[in-house]
Design a protein around this ligand. Structure first.
Ligand SMILES: *Cc1c(COP(=O)(O)O)cnc(C)c1O
Length: 359
């Protein structure tokens, strides 16, 4: 495991790093649309505002041309997201950032190991951030991680963190351990849809906290570190990642083989597939049927800033129509699982389901 700093969540890793940069008050942070509200929450913590860059057509990563078009004098930072482990065009984006004096950060919450050429993601910008929660490649429980590539920024960040970040309270740590145990016991393909429904039910009733905070107010969690108990699970990080890489590439091959005729984002070398994305015309109908037949396929993201819809999008500064590719992807993209609880046989079942009912 590379050295870095731990936070209660990935979004706070981003937030604290941005805060430590002491940007001017009205600064803008460029992020891609077709993302989740967690990134927006991280930016909000720093007091800056997000601006939204479209993704490439038929892909899930930032369009460098749209980035160039939308930059303003107030844009100070670009956060590049490697969605589902697919790598953004780092040559073009890095060059643009250098030219314009922009700070480059990578959102690696979907990958630890994808490569662009011979260079691993997470090493292009001044910093990159990661997450260990349930939907991410390496799972250790709720937690986030910041990797710092520009060590000259270290002292400012450490000073800032010393003033802010503490271990979560004991009751929360116990609750998190119970949540992790429940996850290990019940996160199985046959429970997937039942768990989703249960999760939504519980988070509405506030019995568990949903992974986004719609109120917009600063959460006390932003001041916490990743629990030290959860961090213990990272002792076997290298082994976990190696297993995952082999497994996800085997499952991707199964999907690729059966679904080759579908509209897949173009292939690239060195890609670690956190999830396997593809476009279908009947997304909504297909997901409904998958829920009925208990087939694990996911619809995220189903809005340009998942899970916000309608006027909620305006509240975070997203103008409808401003990122047409992201909007189209939200209504046509599904993703197939590549994580460890899916066997090859299960993957074949999922792929055949999509082949039979998707179009
Ligand atoms: C999950 C995720 C995050 C943030 O993760 P948390 O640990 O939940 O804050 C950020 N960016 C992307 C793309 C993610 O999927």
């Amino acid at each position: 495991m590379i050295p870095g700093y731990y936070f209660f969540r990935g979004r706070y890793a981003l937030g604290h790093f941005l805060k430590s940069l002491n940007l001017p008050k009205d600064s803008q942070i460029a992020i891609q649309a077709f993302t989740c509200v967690a990134v927006v929450e991280g930016i909000a913590l720093s007091g800056s505002k997000p601006i939204y860059i479209d993704i490439l057509e038929k892909d899930v990563v930032m369009d460098p041309a749209d980035l160039l078009k939308k930059l303003t004098a107030r844009t100070k930072v670009v956060v590049v997201q490697h969605t589902f482990g697919r790598v953004a065009d780092m040559n073009q984006i890095s060059a643009l950032c250098r030219e314009r004096g922009l700070i480059l950060i990578e959102d690696c919450c979907h990958t630890w190991s994808s490569k662009s050429g011979s260079k691993e993601v997470g090493s292009f910008g001044v910093a990159s951030f990661y997450s260990f929660e349930w939907g991410k490649p390496v799972i250790a429980g709720i937690g986030g991680f910041l990797r710092l590539n520009d060590q000259s920024l270290g002292p400012a960040l450490v000073k800032h963190l010393h003033a802010e970040v503490i271990e979560p309270p004991l009751f929360r740590r116990v609750q998190l351990e119970l949540q992790y145990i429940a996850f290990r016991l019940f996160f199985r393909p046959k429970f997937y849809w039942k768990l989703r429904k249960l999760y939504h039910f519980l988070s509405k009733g506030r019995l568990i906290t949903a992974s986004y905070n719609p109120s917009g107010e600063e959460s006390p969690e932003s001041k916490w570190s990743m629990s030290k108990w959860a961090r213990l699970r990272l002792k076997t990080f290298d082994k976990k990642l190696a297993r995952l890489k082999t497994h996800s590439s085997a499952l991707s091959q199964v999907y690729d083989h059966i679904l080759g005729a579908f509209d897949l984002p173009r292939k690239a070398d060195g890609v670690f597939a956190h999830r396997f994305p593809l476009f279908v015309k009947n997304k909504e109908e297909l997901l409904k049927l998958a829920s009925k037949k208990e087939i694990e396929i996911a619809g995220w993201y189903d809005s340009p800033i998942h899970p916000l819809k309608g006027s909620e999008l305006n509240k975070v500064g997203y103008l409808e129509g401003s990122c047409p590719n992201a909007e189209r992807a939200s209504s046509t993209l599904i993703s197939l699982p590549t994580h460890l609880t899916i066997s090859k046989c299960e993957a074949e079942k999922i792929a055949n389901f999509v082949k039979n009912y998707g179009n």
